[in-house]
Design a protein around this ligand. Structure first.
Ligand code: HEM
Ligand SMILES: *[C@@H]1O[C@H](CO)[C@@H](O)[C@H](O)[C@H]1NC(C)=O
Ligand SMILES: *[C@@H]1O[C@H](CO)[C@@H](O)[C@H](O)[C@H]1NC(C)=O
Ligand SMILES: *[C@@H]1O[C@H](CO)[C@@H](O)[C@H](O)[C@H]1NC(C)=O
Length: 338
């Protein structure tokens, strides 16, 4: 009689919880300068190259949507694992991985093996927004880094710039993110750039019609046609809004004027279910900031429940193959000294 009783009592304590609750100030005792270090490296990176703020900020979306915020998108491919870096939405598009390397290096120097790469992404995204003139907020921390990554999972989940608002609403609902969260979070396109590759279809062949997307304002379309001629270089980039280094509500003003860069952007205004939020954020930047922060915190709460670790190097798992064996195509890798 005693044995099963004891067993039942011990069970909850003995099974390690795969997803411990996240909390603000998680590193206060173990790495008190963690947040300061991240912010300082982000500051330096954004002085060196202003766009790197946007590029790093985007990481939170691409990390958290694919099996939770677990740093999986930072893993380089190995001979036995195809990770997320070469997935459809990330290849030739995600950039500034080296800024995360730089942050990790500085953090490892101060507090070895303590701060996860997943938390670095969440801190750095917040810092990029704050340093661009957007809101500043307290982030919850305590995430673990994944032991694996999957190109297939990223391909299955990440949305295309061709997507319309109705498709995006359904996608976000899968993560318990509301229509309001969707519109507010897409306000992150207030900073950064996109490639011609992501918009040529809407300039010349929207929905297979052979015609341009009629919702693009004509003067803006002539500008985009010039930037992205048919058959031109798909890697040329344009600004996602008219103030691409300032985190503000200009993005929503642009959408109302038919000057959204991506199809997925402009449909937030042309679709009735999202239009009202676009109008509100265009009028009230403070409301946009509040809802954006709420959305970022919700998105940061996404966790896979899988076991994890604190990676020493964000690009490889701790007992993975030696870094030199990792495939050579990730050319921006810095020489790391640990
Ligand atoms: C909801 C659907 C979304 C779609 C379809 C989408 C799609 C895209 C695309 C196509 C680009 C340009 C990439 C390229 O052309 O190479 C881009 C850039 C960007 N996205 Fe999104 N995105 C979405 C949501 C988000 C969210 C939720 C965030 C962050 C919270 C975000 C942050 C960014 C940032 C900051 C950039 C600029 C990056 C840079 O300049 O390097 N996006 N997005
Ligand atoms: C949105 O796109 C999906 C998939 O391409 C399509 O089936 C749907 O009809 C579109 N919805 C609207 C409202 O345009
Ligand atoms: C436009 O798109 C349709 C459908 O995707 C395709 O069949 C057609 O070949 C495209 N036209 C051009 C000029 O690319
Ligand atoms: C962009 O550049 C990469 C790397 O140089 C190249 O492999 C790719 O084909 C280019 N993409 C487009 C759409 O032109």
């Amino acid at each position: 009689m005693l044995l099963p009783f004891v067993f039942l009592c011990l069970l909850p304590a003995a099974v390690p919880t795969a997803t411990p609750p996240l909390q603000p100030g998680y590193y206060t005792k173990t790495c008190p300068n963690a947040e300061l270090i991240v912010r300082n490296v982000m500051k330096k990176a954004m002085i060196r190259e202003p766009r790197s703020g946007a590029s790093v900020m985007r990481f939170q979306f691409h990390d958290c949507f694919v099996n939770g915020c677990d740093g999986s998108m930072l893993l380089d491919d190995t001979p036995t694992m195809l990770g997320e870096k070469l997935s459809l939405s990330n290849i030739d598009s995600l950039r500034s991985y080296e800024v995360v390397d730089e942050i990790k290096e500085a953090i490892e120097m101060a507090c070895p093996r303590t701060v996860s790469c997943a938390d670095i992404i969440v801190m750095a995204s917040r810092d990029a927004v704050a340093l661009s003139g957007g809101p500043d907020w307290e982030v919850k921390l305590g995430r673990k880094d994944s032991l694996t990554a999957s190109q297939q999972d990223a391909d299955d989940i990440m949305p295309s710039p061709r997507a319309n608002a109705s498709t995006l609403i359904d996608l976000f609902a899968k993560f318990d993110l509301s229509v309001k969260d969707l519109v507010a979070l897409l306000g992150s396109h207030s900073i950064g750039n996109g490639r011609c590759f992501s918009i040529v279809f809407r300039l010349y062949n929207q929905s297979g019609t052979g015609l341009p997307d009629p919702t693009i304002e004509p003067k803006f379309r002539r500008k985009l046609d010039k930037l992205c001629p048919l058959g031109g270089d798909g890697n040329v980039t344009g600004d996602l809004d008219f103030t691409p280094h300032i985190f503000d509500n200009q993005y929503f003003k642009d959408l109302v004027n038919g000057r959204g860069f991506l199809n997925s952007d402009e449909t937030l205004y042309t679709y009735w279910k999202t239009r009202e939020y676009v109008r509100r954020y265009r009028e009230d930047q403070e409301e946009f900031f509040r809802d954006f922060v709420e959305g970022m915190i919700k998105m940061g709460d996404l966790q896979s429940g899988r076991p994890g670790e604190i990676r020493r190097n964000c690009r490889v798992v701790n007992d993975g193959p030696p870094v030199d064996l990792v495939l050579e195509r990730f050319k921006d890798r810095k020489k790391l000294s640990y």
